[in-house]
Design a protein. Structure first.
Length: 117
């Protein structure tokens, strides 16, 4: 695993990346909003949007972003998260590990047992 610091983005930059960003930017944006964004609903919605992406690494990082949100705010719309995961629930290799760890953290911080569908 390579450690890379997470950059903080403005709302305009976030929206620009969501609509025009390449895969690398989309992989990183959910981590940024999860770690730094002060608006719980906005950060959650960005990650939910990225959970619907066909790219497995983007989806795995969106789950990590959601785990950061759960850690910071101690709440998350887990029903919506699970319904989105059912659309694209296959993870493999490192992404499966990342998704499982994220789900464990989410369960811990929102005090609710959630698992990959």
């Amino acid at each position: 695993m390579i450690y890379k610091s997470i950059q903080e983005y403005s709302d305009d930059d976030i929206m620009n990346i969501i609509h025009n960003g390449n895969d690398t930017e989309l992989e990183e944006i959910s981590l940024s909003v999860g770690e730094y964004h002060t608006n719980y609903f906005f950060a959650q919605d960005v990650c939910f949007f990225l959970l619907d992406n066909s790219n497995e690494k983007i989806r795995a990082n969106a789950l990590l972003g959601l785990s950061y949100i759960a850690r910071r705010f101690h709440e998350l719309d887990t029903k919506k998260m699970i319904s989105l995961l059912k659309l694209h629930s296959s993870f493999k290799g490192k992404n499966l590990e990342r998704a499982k760890y994220a789900m464990e953290d989410i369960s811990l911080f929102v005090n609710e047992n959630v698992e990959l569908p």
